[in-house]
Ligand binder design. Structure first.
Ligand SMILES: Cc1cc2nc3c(=O)[nH]c(=O)nc-3n(C[C@H](O)[C@H](O)[C@H](O)COP(=O)(O)OP(=O)(O)OC[C@H]3O[C@@H](n4cnc5c(N)ncnc54)[C@H](O)[C@@H]3O)c2cc1C
Length: 294
């Protein structure tokens, strides 16, 4: 079967891998010039930042099987078992060279066409199409990621990150302490309200840096360089219960907005979509992956 996959994020690449591994002819169309989507690793000089997803957790046996393979291949590592003074003990995994590296690994040997935006999946020359572009049918949280190169370590508590959903910056991570950056480089995720407030603000970099200094999350470090990424589709407010959506006999929709708002949900959705296009059966129900990010 000839299958076109739209989107080379976790969902699209998991769908493509599942299909290619059993002999289907797969072409992946990715609008951006790199794979990964929200598995995004940015380089600024010698600094490296995870800008979107910072880590992932594992709850299902199906995803655990995939992650075991990534661990064996050295693509991911167990970063920590939680944050703060009383970590919850559940493993958090991250890409050894950054989260985007997981996507690069998944894309190995796949026919991925970068810079290939698809506006009408029905126009693609394929027997079936899996669309993993963030669904327009659901409401999305927005997140601004502030990426700051520093002159020294910010001195964050082990493992070099703070998770504080109610604080102005809901997650702050020292990418050098995490092991992916050669020099001090901190990712700060503005919480949803702070992100909304500065979404259209041309002075957002300065405003967020000022706030970060006031909040004390940069320690004594001075900022050498800074920029922001705006994530318009950070996570679905209310993901659908279905793992994927069968539109018609050719087109299936998938992504983290189907079944779960996280890396694991995206992977399982992509795999469910691959099963749906080959079997045309109903998608399996989604396990409860929670409504917040991991
Ligand atoms: C700031 C932030 C923090 C996060 N933190 C975590 C975390 O700590 N843990 C966790 O588990 N998850 C986290 N997530 C969520 C996680 O990143 C996502 O759930 C997951 O990566 C979604 O994968 P996906 O394949 O469904 O979508 P995406 O990664 O968005 O992939 C969709 C792809 O489709 C492409 N595309 C879109 N439209 C088209 C088109 N018309 N034609 C061709 N290509 C197109 C896009 O360019 C993109 O590459 C975070 C996300 C963000 C933004």
């Amino acid at each position: 079967m000839r299958v076109a996959v739209v989107g080379a994020g976790m969902a699209g690449l998991c769908a493509a891998r599942s299909l290619a591994d059993v002999g289907h002819e797969v072409v992946v169309h990715e609008a951006a010039n790199e794979v990964g989507g929200r598995l995004c690793t940015r380089r600024v000089g010698d600094a490296t930042f995870d800008s979107g997803a910072q880590f992932f957790t594992v709850r299902s046996d199906e995803f655990s099987g995939l992650v075991d393979g990534w661990l064996t291949a050295g693509v991911v590592f167990e970063w920590c078992r939680g944050f703060g003074s009383a970590p919850d003990g559940y493993p958090r995994y991250a890409g050894r060279a950054g989260m985007a590296d997981i996507a690069v690994h998944l894309a190995t040997d796949l026919d991925v066409r970068l810079g290939s935006r698809v506006d009408d999946p029905h126009a693609l020359d394929a027997d079936a199409v899996v669309v993993t572009a963030p669904g327009a049918a659901v409401e999305w949280h927005r997140t601004i990621a502030l990426l700051a190169v520093l002159d020294r370590s910010p001195g964050l508590p082990a493992p070099g990150a703070i998770q504080a959903p109610a604080a102005p910056f809901s997650f702050v991570a020292d990418n050098q302490a995490k092991g992916i950056s050669a020099i001090p480089a901190v990712t700060l995720h503005a919480g949803h309200r702070l992100s909304d407030r500065h979404w259209d603000d041309e002075g957002a970099v300065d405003a967020l840096l000022t706030l970060a200094v006031r909040e004390g999350v940069l320690g004594d470090a001075a900022v050498v360089d800074a920029r922001i990424d705006r994530w318009a589709h950070a996570g679905p407010v209310r993901p659908l219960a279905e793992r994927c959506v069968v539109v018609d006999e050719r087109v299936v929709l998938a992504g983290d907005w189907c079944g779960g708002p996280k890396v694991e949900g995206a992977a399982l959705s992509g795999r469910a979509a691959a099963r749906a296009v080959t079997t045309r059966g109903p998608a399996p129900p989604a396990p409860d992956l929670g409504t917040g990010l991991a």
